[in-house]
Write a protein that binds this ligand. Structure first.
Ligand SMILES: Nc1ncnc2c1ncn2[C@@H]1O[C@H](COP(=O)(O)OP(=O)(O)OP(=O)(O)O)[C@@H](O)[C@H]1O
Ligand SMILES: [Mg+2]
Length: 364
């Protein structure tokens, strides 16, 4: 089998600021040509990981390889990287053209070559014609695109993007998401993208790295991360979820039966156990998770469904779907559906159901 080459390899990166352990042994592989996203809550170490790759900080322990070469101690300007920083800072006293030319001058690229690369980069980000503007004369989205062009123009080995879309409105964000994805594939440059926006990560990435408190929690494609979260943290961080407590009362080859405090029983498919300890026995205290879009509401006739009754407590219209909050014998249970029965009101009792294969279980 042909081995896929990794453009970046981090092995056992450990970093402390004062007494604060910011990276607690990070291992990471970035494949050639992929768009890999670092996703995690504020302060989990995403920017620190990028800074380590870029060479702005050194790890206290661990190894870094870029394109197979050990990079520990190599200064940033010798790493051939393009970077868009969190809050993307363009040079305010330089025009768009001069901003792009800056890195090329540092790399001693000659004028003709420089000119054609800048023209090309501005075409890619659809900014042709605005070369002579200053950053203050551009919209946020345009500035963003210049920052990306500035990173691309030096033809980097690696493109590092730190929350490049965080200051933009929802529509522009979505447009630029698609644009960055298209650009990245067009240019073929290996890219590490940092965000704390799960939708951004799911829609753009080839693979996602979920980080929490300086550690990698899970690495996988967007569908793997969403459908097969390995821990409670990942399940909660990606997508919406409902949770309920109970204890195991029965186990057979197909399903685990969990009894909630109010006596009601729920079925979980036997393989759907998350976390490090997956061996279940009768009497174990557990938490059950189910996503709102996996709950069917209204008449459910499917024989494989586990059926229950809930009371509606709130109904929110979201345009393309409804978000319905219900009381499930004391637990709050959120349901997402495309249509509602016009007869439903707050307080209505309605049937719900789900497949045991859509319920996840974790031992407490
Ligand atoms: N130079 C520094 N000195 C001291 N602490 C630092 C330094 N840089 C980062 N930290 C701390 O390290 C932790 C991780 O920071 P980092 O910037 O990597 O987080 P992040 O995941 O990028 O978060 P955000 O989503 O908010 O940008 C935080 O607790 C931060 O306060
Ligand atoms: Mg950051």
């Amino acid at each position: 089998m042909q081995q896929v080459m990794n453009d970046v390899e981090i092995r056992g990166a450990y970093k402390k600021f004062g007494t604060n352990v910011v990276l607690g042994g990070v291992d990471l592989d970035v494949k050639q040509g992929e768009l890999l996203t670092l996703l995690g809550p504020s302060g989990c170490g995403k920017t620190t990981t990028l800074n380590l790759i870029a060479g702005f900080i050194d790890a206290d322990q661990g190894e870094l390889y870029i394109k197979g070469k050990r990079m520990n101690g190599v200064p940033p300007y010798k790493r051939d990287l393009g970077m868009v920083f969190q809050g993307y800072s363009l040079f305010p006293h330089m025009t768009v053209y001069e901003n792009l030319e800056f890195g090329l001058k540092l790399h001693k690229v000659d004028k003709t070559e420089s000119g054609s690369r800048i023209k090309n980069a501005l075409e890619i980000v659809k900014m042709t014609g605005l070369e002579q503007r200053y950053p203050r004369e551009l919209s946020g989205g345009q500035r963003q695109r210049v920052a990306i062009a500035r990173a691309l123009v030096v033809q980097p080995k690696l493109l590092l993007l730190d929350e490049p879309l965080s200051n933009l409105d929802a529509k522009l964000r979505q447009e630029l998401r698609m644009e960055i994805k298209r650009l990245q594939k067009e240019v073929g440059v290996t890219t590490i993208f940092v965000t704390h926006d799960q939708e951004e990560a799911l829609s753009m990435s080839d693979r996602i790295v979920i980080m929490d408190r300086g550690k990698v929690e899970q690495v996988g494609t967007p569908t793997e991360i969403y459908a097969n979260p390995r821990s409670e943290f990942v399940f909660n961080f990606i997508g919406k979820s409902n949770s309920m407590h109970g204890s195991i009362v029965h186990i057979d080859a197909n399903n685990i039966t969990v009894q909630r405090e109010n006596g009601e029983q729920m079925l979980v498919e036997a393989g759907n156990v998350m976390g490090a300890d997956r061996l279940c026995s009768i009497g174990d205290q557990v938490k059950l998770y189910i996503r709102p879009e996996k709950v069917a509401i209204g008449p459910v006739s499917d024989a494989d469904y586990d059926l229950h009754t809930v009371r509606i407590t709130q109904m929110n219209y979201l345009g393309s779907s409804w978000e319905i909050f219900t009381s499930f014998q004391g637990d709050s249970l959120q349901v997402q559906c495309s249509d509602i029965d016009p007869a439903w009101t707050i307080g209505s009792e309605v049937k719900i159901g789900w497949k045991p294969s859509d319920v996840m279980l974790i031992k407490q």
